[in-house]
Design a protein around this ligand. Structure first.
Ligand code: UGA
Length: 434
């Protein structure tokens, strides 16, 4: 079985590398030639733990990468489409990359005898796979279910643990008709993950499952953040204990109850926006998800209010931001709440020095010389009047009294409660602690 992967971002490159490292023949494609050159030389174009090693093993085991789709369309039995679907201005998603990949596959299929299963892994709004079938039938002059088969197969991997999640997914969702292509994909996944449950459904249900999953996670986060805000006004209340206690109720579950600065990243914010936008287009109500977004937006304003209570007007004050990446173990700053906070602080005239173990280069491309950057915690704290811990990098749990003494005012806002319970001589505000 030969596998094609179109789009070598987080999902595509991780998936292609894991498969190839297991000696499955894989051709990976990306239109970005400079990215292909990097990958070919064993370099991962972004930071993801373990991916560099897995990629090198994959290349060694025969992973092929290319900027042209033709060999994938002509030779592969299963073609995974993993291109991006970024947010459009009003919250909808841009399907142009998925559509152009499908068009190109269609034009190539017209001239080949190959009968591939084409798998849509990119996150797409419900109804998209049906539209893609029409595009592919039109371009190829061939028939879905006979000459090729399109199946929706949403992805649930998380950044920072992408390799683990690809090797051990908790679930596989397949949306398509019950035909030979579905059988081919089912056999492929059953071999790869013999113990993982496969849920089979139609494409539109598979598509909404992905949005339901991510928007439920976002809802859990906004829920606990709202409770955290309430806790802050109850002297002595402790959000950590609240989360632990309610998490023990099996109907609630303990994960995704860490109160913080709000959810960020390339997926949760985009997907909540997209499902709200989709709901309004089809005339469905989205009151709950509107509130989830609003709570998330308010969270960063709450942080500003906490800093203002301590420092007064922010103009001219030096503030340290600890953590730029939207979560630890990644250099990804997309929709990072940290960057939103910096933007608001700059607007108030504050001076910013920022620290992150991995995401400085990416952040430079957003703020340039409007803020300072350092990868040294002591330098980040020296002369500062307030430090805000935004990302739960493990480095921050070890911040010492000696480092804190370098600050002009020892005031810490800890949105992740990493320093909670430590005996430090500081003024300390932790999110969710009354
Ligand atoms: C998310 C989902 O978790 C994946 O299942 C999904 O496949 C992926 O989106 C996607 O659609 O591609 P990811 O964006 O990597 O994965 O990040 P998460 O681990 O979900 O974290 C998202 C944000 O929520 C981060 O800003 C994180 O700090 C925040 N968060 C998470 C909290 O504030 N509290 C929590 O308890 C958990």
């Amino acid at each position: 079985m030969k596998i094609g992967v179109i789009g070598l971002g987080f999902v595509g490159l991780t998936f292609a590398s894991v498969l190839a490292s297991k000696k499955i023949p894989v051709i990976g494609v990306d239109y970005d030639k400079s990215k292909i050159a990097k990958i070919q030389s064993g370099e991962v174009p972004f930071f993801e733990p373990r991916l560099d090693k897995t990629l090198r093993t994959a290349l060694h085991s025969g992973l092929k990468v290319s900027s042209s789709i033709s060999s994938v369309a002509n030779q592969c039995d299963i073609i995974f489409v993993t291109v991006g679907t970024p947010t459009l201005e009003k919250g909808g998603i841009d399907l142009s990359m998925v559509e152009s990949a499908i068009k190109e596959i269609g034009r190539l299929l017209k001239k080949t005898k190959n009968n591939p299963a084409i798998i849509i892994k990119s996150t797409v709004i419900p109804g998209t796979t049906q539209k893609l079938i029409a595009i592919l039938e039109r371009e190829s002059k061939k028939k879905n279910g006979e000459d090729f088969g399109i199946i929706s197969n949403p992805e649930f991997l998380r950044e920072g643990v992408a390799i683990e999640d690809t090797i051990n997914p908790h679930l596989i969702v397949l949306g398509g008709s019950d035909n030979k292509f579905m059988k081919r994909l089912t056999d492929f996944y059953s071999n790869l993950h013999p113990n993982v449950q496969i849920i089979k459904t139609n494409p539109q249900t598979a598509e909404i499952i992905k949005y339901a999953n991510n928007s439920f996670l976002a809802t859990k986060i906004s829920f606990i953040n709202q409770i955290a805000t309430i806790c802050e006004s109850i002297p002595g209340a402790n959000i950590e204990q609240v989360a632990k206690a309610i998490g023990l109720d099996p109907r609630i579950g303990s994960l995704f109850l860490n109160a913080g600065p709000g959810y960020g990243g390339s997926c949760l914010p985009k997907d909540v926006k997209a499902i709200i936008n989709f709901s309004s287009k089809i005339g469905a109500d989205s009151t709950l998800l509107d509130a989830v977004e609003e709570v998330n937006r308010n969270q960063v304003r709450n942080i500003i209010s906490i800093i203002e209570k301590m420092l007064g007007r922010l103009k001219g004050h030096k503030i340290t931001i600890l953590g730029l990446a939207f979560k630890p173990d990644t250099d990804d700053i997309r929709e990072s709440v940290s960057l939103k906070l910096i933007e608001l602080l700059l607007r108030e005239g504050a001076k910013i020095i920022s620290h992150d173990p991995k995401a400085i280069e990416n952040t430079k491309s957003v703020f340039g010389n409007k803020i300072e950057y350092t990868d040294n915690i002591s330098k980040a704290l020296r002369g500062s009047e307030c430090a805000v811990i935004m990302t739960s990098w493990k480095e921050y749990t070890g911040i010492s009294e000696k480092e804190l003494k370098l600050m002009k005012k020892r005031f810490i806002v800890d949105t992740r409660r990493l320093l909670l319970g430590k005996k430090l001589n500081i003024k300390y505000h932790a999110i969710g602690m009354g």
